[in-house]
Each structure stands twice: as structure tokens, then as C-alpha cells.
Design a protein around this ligand. Structure first.
Ligand SMILES: C[S@@+](CC[C@H](N)C(=O)[O-])C[C@H]1O[C@@H](n2cnc3c(N)ncnc32)[C@H](O)[C@@H]1O
Length: 471
């Protein structure tokens, strides 16, 4: 166990600390980072829970409520510790970029950023967070858009499955007027910002419950009493987001050189090679297949059906919107086909996974889901290494969900997969989730997480000849 840290969950669960690497290098940078991380808990044992920040996202971190967002201050503290240990690190990689939490914290520290996500809404969010309009531009545009929409001269209403199920007629009309008004804006940066505001409006005023990530309608009597004025809701969301821009631009004033930022819409499994290699990996991969844990795609479906795909960086593959779960099916663990035949290889790489599969062996559907996720997850970890320099520091934020009422040991499985790929374990931070309020699929005991989260810190040592650059 590392100095100053709470007892590792691994020890609690399994009674031992697994070996993560063959051949520790443990150089000065690694030692320094370990000390920095440990020092926080020496002065405040609860440091990593960031409990006081539970409801306080601000600036561009607060433009849209994406599921399972990381705590910006926590990732920022990790970056600060890493930079104190390794001042030469300059490029961060997040292959599961989501709403862009790591992107923004990297930007605020002048670090270059490479990111990707399979979800087009996530890529739009990242783009808007990195390249927002000024407050003045956004302020003028919201006035113009609301005026245009109120005049009601033009409407653009998309046709997609379930449009009348998810939107009342008056909401559909208001959104159609807003869409026409946003399309009429000349500046693409402004339009993209407005699409994010429209997405947040849709989240709040569609007929789908805001209390779950899954699409799930309110009862008819509740729908009848809900908001009827889409334009007013959009204006209130957008004015609040203009204030968030003010906070963002204040923070940007201290960033001396604007670093490069590149976020692409792609699956980590697509074998794309990033333009350059990163010094730092900071990411939070999905904890299981999207359908039974967090359905990011389903959550984004309504907004993506309204947003003009031409304004989404990289566009939107129409296949991803063919049905509400299409993005989730294309995500890690989305297809169970052939999963059982991967079991042998996976068992060799991770005895912890094999032990877990033994516990659910008699539940074939669950077994195949877990194996499919593990197969894709292992491939994703291998693909991620291709984007990293030799000696890169890696921070994985991980949680352990329940499958068949048993806790799936994602941390240990990750450690074992990473060990096979040459990672050295630097630390394991355990944090209690304030209020343990991360929401998952409703009425779904398969998805319920434990009330804690882990940050696994490793260092990647590639086999010589694996790639060019060393840190
Ligand atoms: C835990 S979320 C990341 C949240 C992010 N850290 C934040 O603070 O907003 C995981 C992300 O992985 C993405 N994802 C799932 N499967 C993927 C795949 N095969 N390739 C790339 N991204 C994927 C999901 O769309 C989701 O945005």
C-alpha cells in the first residue's frame, strides 16, 4: 500500500495487494508524484472526496449536465501534482473525453490535449468548452435567436422515431422555431454554443424524466403540467450559460499560451493513431456496458436528433441515431456476440475476472455481457497505449458496479490488464463519493455502483521498439 493512503480497496476485497508490474523502474518522477499524492491525505484524510464541491460546477464545466462527469478540481489537483513531479509533461490524452472535464483542466494549465469519444454530443461539448464565443457574442446572439424564434416565421422540425412521444406539440413547435433561429446565425462558434444550450434545454423540457439517464417518460398527468414555452426555457438556460462563459474567460486570462486541442469522434477501438503521443493519460472509461450502467447514447439521443449534424465536429453518422440505443450498442461491451470465446484469453490476462465469471457462470446473459465488456475494455487499454509516450503517467478514474448483486472488481481487472501491457503501479487513491449520488440506470440493480471511486495511477513502460518517443 502506498504511503499515506487509505487501505486499498483491493486489499479489503481480496486480502492482498496484487503485483502490477514486472520490473519497477520507480525513478525520481514516480517517487515525487507518489509523495505529492500521499501528502494530501496526511494533512486531510478526506482530501480526495472533494465533498464541499458536490454541487458547484462553474464556468464552462457547467454548460451541460453530462452523465458521470469527473470532479474538475480533483483532476486539476492530480495534474498539478504531476506537473510538480514532471515539469516537462505537456500533452494530455483522454480517449473517453465525455463532456471535456480533463480537456478544460488541461487547457487552464496550458497543456495540449488530445481526446476522443464515440458520442457526437460529447465531441460537440468538448469543442464548445475549448472554443466558446465571448460573452458579448453569445449575449447578442441569444437576444437575436429569441427574437427570431418569437416571430415564428420559420420552423425546422426534424422527423425522428418517437418525436411526438418525447415532445408535447407546443414544445415541438418552440424547439422548431429555435432550431431555425440558430441555423440562421452566421458564426459557427456561436451556433455550436447555442446547440449545447438547446441540448440542455431539451434535457429539461422533454417528456423524459430528468431523474434518470435512460429515456423514460413521465406519467401523462405530470407531462400535462410541465413547461410549455421552449423559447423561455432556452433563454433562461442560455443566459445562465453566458454567465458561465464570463467565469471561463476570467480563468483563461491567466493562461499564457493557448495550447493545441484536438478532439475526434471515434471509438477507441477504431485503431486510429493520434497525431502525436501524449505524456499524460487522464481518463474515466465506462464501468461496464452502457446499456446496463450509464446509457450515454440514449441520454444524448433527443438532443442529437434536434442539433444540426453539420455543426457537430466530424458530423454525425446517421446509423448512430437509427434507434435510441444505437450509440450504446457501438460503445464498449455493446455487442455480446462471440463473448464466450474470448474467455480463455481474458482469464489468462486477469485471474480476478475469471474468478468473477465463475460467480455468475450460471447466468449466461450476464456472463456474456461481462465478458463482452472485458474483451472490449482490454482492447481499449491496448489501443490507448498507442497514444502515449514511453514513461507516460496514467490516471484512471474507476468505479465498481454490481452485477447479479456482486461487486465487479473493475480496479483489479484493470490492474491485471495493465500489468500485462507493461504498466508500473504508482498509486491507488480511494475516494468516497459525496452522498454517493451518481445516478445509474433506473430500477436496475445490475447498474448500482458502490459509494466509492478509485483513481489508479500507473506509468507505462513500453517494450523497446514499441514506439519512438520516450519521456
Ligand atoms: C465516464 S464517461 C467520461 C466522462 C468524462 N470523464 C467527463 O468528465 O465528462 C465515459 C465516456 O466513454 C465514451 N465511450 C464509450 N465507449 C467508447 C468507445 N468505444 N470509444 C470512445 N468512447 C467511448 C462514452 O460516450 C462516455 O462519454
Amino acid at each position: 500500500m502506498s504511503a499515506g493512503l487509505v487501505p486499498s480497496a483491493i486489499e479489503e476485497h481480496y486480502g492482498h495487494e496484487p503485483a502490477v508490474v514486472s520490473g519497477h523502474r520507480n525513478d525520481g518522477k514516480t517517487r515525487c508524484l507518489r509523495e505529492k499524492l500521499g501528502a494530501h491525505v496526511e494533512s486531510d484524510p478526506d482530501f480526495w472526496s472533494f465533498a464541499s464541491l458536490r454541487h458547484s460546477r462553474s464556468g464552462n464545466h457547467a454548460l451541460f449536465q453530462y452523465p458521470a462527469m469527473m470532479v474538475p478540481e480533483l483532476q486539476g489537483a492530480l495534474l498539478d501534482d504531476l506537473l510538480a513531479a514532471d515539469s516537462g509533461a505537456s500533452v494530455v490524452y483522454d480517449p473517453f473525453a465525455g463532456s471535456g472535464t480533463v480537456l478544460l483542466e488541461s487547457l487552464y494549465r496550458g497543456l495540449g490535449f488530445l481526446g476522443a469519444d464515440i458520442n457526437p454530443l460529447a465531441v460537440l461539448l468538448c469543442d464548445v468548452k475549448a472554443n466558446p464565443p465571448t460573452e458579448d457574442e453569445a449575449d447578442k446572439a441569444v437576444t437575436a435567436i429569441v427574437d427570431y424564434a418569437r416571430r415564428g416565421a420559420k420552423m425546422i422540425v426534424p422527423v425522428f422515431p418517437g418525436v411526438d412521444k418525447w415532445f408535447k406539440p407546443e414544445i415541438k413547435q418552440g424547439l422548431g422555431q429555435l432550431k431555425a433561429a440558430i441555423v440562421a446565425q452566421a458564426d459557427r462558434r456561436v451556433r455550436r454554443f447555442m446547440w449545447v444550450c438547446l441540448a440542455e434545454t431539451i434535457r429539461l423540457i422533454s417528456n423524459s424524466r430528468t431523474s434518470t439517464f435512460k429515456l423514460h417518460t413521465y406519467p401523462a398527468d405530470v407531462i400535462a403540467k410541465r413547461e410549455t414555452d421552449a423559447v423561455a426555457s432556452f433563454e433562461s438556460v442560455t443566459r445562465r450559460n453566458v454567465n458561465n462563459l464570463t467565469c471561463h474567460w476570467k480563468r483563461m486570462a491567466s493562461v499564457r499560451t493557448t495550447p493545441f486541442i484536438e478532439v475526434t469522434r471515434q471509438s477507441i477501438l477504431s485503431r486510429h493513431q493520434p497525431q502525436q503521443l501524449a505524456d499524460i493519460l487522464m481518463t474515466s472509461p465506462p464501468y461496464g456496458d452502457n446499456r446496463t450502467t450509464v446509457p450515454y447514447g440514449q441520454y444524448s439521443y433527443l438532443a442529437l436528433s434536434w442539433i444540426d449534424g453539420n455543426d457537430i465536429p466530424g458530423g454525425v453518422d446517421p446509423k448512430l441515431l437509427e434507434f435510441t440505443a444505437a450509440i450504446d450498442s457501438a460503445s464498449l461491451g455493446g455487442s455480446s456476440r462471440g463473448a464466450d470465446s474470448a474467455r480463455g484469453d481474458l482469464a489468462n490476462a486477469s485471474p480476478a475476472l475469471e474468478r468473477f465469471i465463475g460467480l455468475i457462470n450460471d447466468a449466461p446473459v450476464l456472463r456474456r455481457k461481462v465478458l463482452a465488456f472485458a474483451r472490449d475494455y482490454k482492447a481499449a487499454l491496448t489501443a490507448t497505449a498507442r497514444g502515449l509516450k514511453n514513461g507516460a503517467f496514467c490516471f484512471f478514474t474507476l468505479g465498481e458496479r454490481r452485477v447479479d448483486k456482486k461487486s465487479f472488481p473493475l480496479v483489479l481487472v484493470t490492474e491485471e490488464f495493465l500489468a500485462e501491457q507493461g504498466h508500473e503501479k504508482v498509486d491507488l487513491i480511494e475516494r468516497t463519493l459525496p452522498g454517493s449520488h451518481k445516478r445509474l440506470a433506473p430500477k436496475n440493480s445490475e447498474g448500482a455502483t458502490m459509494g466509492r471511486e478509485f483513481i489508479l495511477v500507473t506509468r507505462l513502460w513500453k517494450e523497446s521498439g514499441d514506439d519512438q518517443a520516450e519521456r
